[in-house]
Write a protein that binds this ligand. Structure first.
Ligand code: ZN
Ligand code: ZN
Length: 362
C-alpha cells in the first residue's frame, strides 16, 4: 500500500497481493471439558485499517479467564469465526484514513474496550463501559490471538517504556479492571481491604492497593495453599481459606472468582456499610445453590452492598498504565506460542495459574 498525494487529497491504492496472517480462531461455542482444543490455527487475510483505525502488528496477547466465558458461551461472541484476545501489545504498522494519533512503529496496547458509541448518556458521563453499544475486543471484534489486528485509534494506548511487551499485556486487562475494581470499593487509606480469589488480577490489585493505600491492611482469601503462600509473599497482612472469617471486619472485598460460594462467604466479613465488588464478567452455575445460604442478618443487614464491575473505560486503562510504571507493577508472566493458546486456556480452566499467561506472537 502506498500514498499518492494530489491537490491535498490522499489516495490510498491497494496493492493487489493480499497479505496473509496466522490466527487462532474460535468457530463455535463448546464445552471445554469435552473439547480441549476449541481454537484452530488458520491462515486468513491480514486486516485492513478503516477510517480512523490503525493496523497493529501484534507482539503479545494476554490469555484471560474471560476467554473461557466466551468459548463456553457465558458471554458468547455474536459472530463466528472470531479471533479472541483483549490484552494486546504491538506496533503500529499502518494508519487508516484520518488516523493521526500514532506514528508508524509506536508501541501500543489494546484492552477489552474496543469501541463505544461516544454519544449516549453513559458515554457522555464517563461511563462508556456501560454503553449499550459497547464492543469488546476479541468478542465483538477480532482480537489479538493473531499476527495483526485493527482497532479504532482512539481505543489504543501508548505503552510506557518500563515494561517489556509481555509484561505490559496482562496490565491491559487484569491491571486496568483491577484498577477499576479498586476505585469502585470507594475505600480510603487505612480501610481494611479483602481479596477473595488470588489469580492474575488479584495479585496486581494487591500491589496497587499497597501503593495507593499504604496504611491499609490487605486480607486474602484463597482456596489453594500455593495461592495463599504467594499472597503472603506479596505482603498480605492475613491469608486464609475462602470460607474463613478474617480477624477483622473489612471495609470492602474484591471478588475475582468465577463462582458463588466466595460471594456469600465474603459478605460475612464486611463491616457495616461495607461493599463487595464482584470483578467477574459471568459467574458459573456449578455452585449456585450456595446462594440459598445467604442469610439476611449475617450477610446483608447494616447496609452491606454488592456491586459488579462491568468492562473498563479508556480512562481506567490510561490512568492505570503510568501508575503501574511508577510503582512499578511488573507482572510475572508465563509465555506460550500462538499455536499453544489452547494449552494456556486449559491451564486457566484447571487453575494452573501463577502469574499471567501471555502468547508471544511476533
Ligand atoms: Zn481479560
Ligand atoms: Zn455510548
Amino acid at each position: 500500500m502506498y500514498i499518492n498525494s494530489f491537490m491535498g487529497y490522499n489516495y490510498w491504492l491497494e496493492v493487489q497481493v493480499k497479505s496473509k496472517m496466522k490466527a487462532m480462531v474460535l468457530k463455535n461455542i463448546c464445552d471445554l471439558t469435552r473439547n480441549k482444543t476449541p481454537l484452530e490455527l488458520v491462515e486468513m487475510p491480514e486486516p485492513v485499517p478503516g477510517h480512523r483505525e490503525i493496523l497493529v502488528k501484534v507482539s503479545c496477547c494476554g490469555v484471560c479467564h474471560t476467554e473461557l466465558d466466551e468459548i463456553e458461551g457465558r458471554t458468547p461472541p455474536p459472530r463466528f469465526p472470531i479471533i479472541l484476545g483483549h490484552q494486546v501489545v504491538g506496533r503500529v504498522v499502518k494508519s487508516g484514513s484520518g488516523a493521526r494519533n500514532f506514528k508508524i512503529g509506536d508501541r501500543v496496547g489494546v484492552a477489552w474496550i474496543f469501541s463505544a458509541c461516544g454519544s449516549c448518556k453513559f458515554c457522555r458521563g464517563g461511563k462508556e463501559n456501560l454503553c449499550v453499544d459497547f464492543k469488546a475486543t476479541g468478542r465483538d471484534a477480532h482480537g489479538g490471538y493473531a499476527e495483526y489486528m485493527t482497532v479504532p485509534e482512539d481505543f489504543a494506548y501508548l505503552i510506557p517504556g518500563e515494561f517489556s511487551d509481555s509484561q505490559a499485556a496482562p496490565l491491559l486487562c487484569a491491571g486496568a479492571i483491577g484498577y477499576r475494581s479498586l476505585s469502585l470499593t470507594t475505600m480510603n487509606d487505612g480501610d481494611n481491604l479483602g481479596l477473595t480469589g488470588f489469580g492474575a488480577s488479584a495479585h496486581l490489585v494487591l500491589k496497587l492497593a499497597k501503593h495507593i493505600f499504604p496504611n491499609s491492611k490487605i486480607f486474602v482469601f484463597a482456596r489453594s495453599e500455593k495461592e495463599r503462600a504467594f499472597a503472603r509473599e506479596l505482603g498480605a497482612a492475613w491469608v486464609g481459606d475462602t470460607s474463613e472469617s478474617a480477624p477483622r471486619k473489612l471495609h470492602s472485598i474484591i471478588d475475582t472468582t468465577p463462582v458463588w460460594m466466595p460471594v456469600v462467604e465474603a459478605m460475612k466479613n464486611l463491616e457495616s456499610g461495607g461493599r463487595l465488588v464482584i470483578n467477574a464478567i459471568r459467574k458459573e452455575s456449578i455452585d449456585k445453590e450456595y446462594l440459598l445460604d445467604l442469610d439476611y442478618p449475617a450477610h446483608l443487614w447494616l447496609e452491606k452492598e454488592i456491586k459488579s464491575v462491568a468492562n473498563v473505560t479508556r480512562s481506567d486503562v490510561s490512568e492505570f498504565l503510568p501508575l503501574a510504571a511508577e510503582i512499578p507493577i511488573i507482572p510475572e508472566v508465563q509465555e506460550y506460542a500462538l499455536a499453544e493458546a489452547n494449552q494456556a486456556l486449559l491451564e486457566i480452566k484447571e487453575k494452573k495459574i501463577r502469574g499471567a499467561k501471555v502468547l508471544k506472537i511476533n
